[in-house]
Design a protein around this ligand. Sequence first.
Ligand code: G3H
Ligand code: 13P
Ligand code: ZN
Length: 322
Amino acid sequence: MPLVTTTEMFKKAYDGGYAVGAFNVNNMEIVQGITEAAAELRSPVILQVSKGARAYANHAYLMKMVEAAVELNPEVPIALHLDHGDSFELCKSCIDGGFTSVMIDMSSKSFEENIAITRQVVEYAHAHGVVVEAELGTLEGVEDEVVVEAGQASYTRPEEVEEFVTRTGCDSLAIAIGTSHGAYKFRPEQCTRNEKGILVPPPLRFDVLEEVTKRLPGFPIVLHGSSSVPQEFVQMVNQYGGNMPDAIGIPEEQLRKAATSAVCKINIDSDIRLAMTAQIRKHLFENPSHFDPRQYLKPARQAVKDMVAHKIVNVLGSNDRI
Ligand code: G3H
Ligand code: 13P
Ligand code: ZN
């Protein structure tokens, strides 16, 4: 099948009590690892491209790689999504260039400005058969050039969501309930430590999610910043020459719980980066004579595939849904 929008995917996910994974793609090995895992597990999948990914790989390369993945996995519903679009022009360029979904992220702007620009994107996108994700509330961390400092983040205010969705016409809504971007989601002082000395973060604000769901029944909710930063990969990075002290993510059980609710899309990027980097570090450490990139990119691609397969089965619950 050709690239799809997320409309049908989200409806099935909402009704089926699971979520679709949205994984960031930057190069061929990542596209291959994600789509091979989705095909083997019979899961729908969203491939998402950030502004930075487009600057790195070029729109045309990303598009052609995704087209190849669609051609090679005809049974898998695949949506191509712009992650954190920061202007109407960027969204328009992706819509004109073949994406089936875009995010306009005006969450750091005022409520009225967020509504105005989101509405403008929705009008253009819908006229071209493309769906739109918007965001209310801000997450801590770094998204491309936008840095939200610790303490500057704010949870979504449930009392705003109905007006926002009605006035913008957006198709899904990203909310802030305590997730954040990157591999350092919490400062150690925000956490407790378990008996192994591993940091345990504060729980997500499921009360906010519940309140949002009550006000928007049946409406698909999106969670950004949903990497779990598995400690075995952090240890692998550190063991083979890296330095990622106190890297910490969202516990997988919490995301699993979110996936059974109105949350239909869960964004994961950092865990893929971590899996690839840990594997490449290990490979080069153990094979110092290797210099053919295929020697380390092949196991790195497998690490992406294994990570995505793990998420599909253990976090998203999206396996055997096609
Ligand atoms: O939320 C941001 C994603 O992890 C993409 O990151 O802007 O470095 O490509 P990036
Ligand atoms: P992570 O950094 O937690 O993987 O989040 C990715 C994301 O939200 C992309 O939009
Ligand atoms: Zn994000």
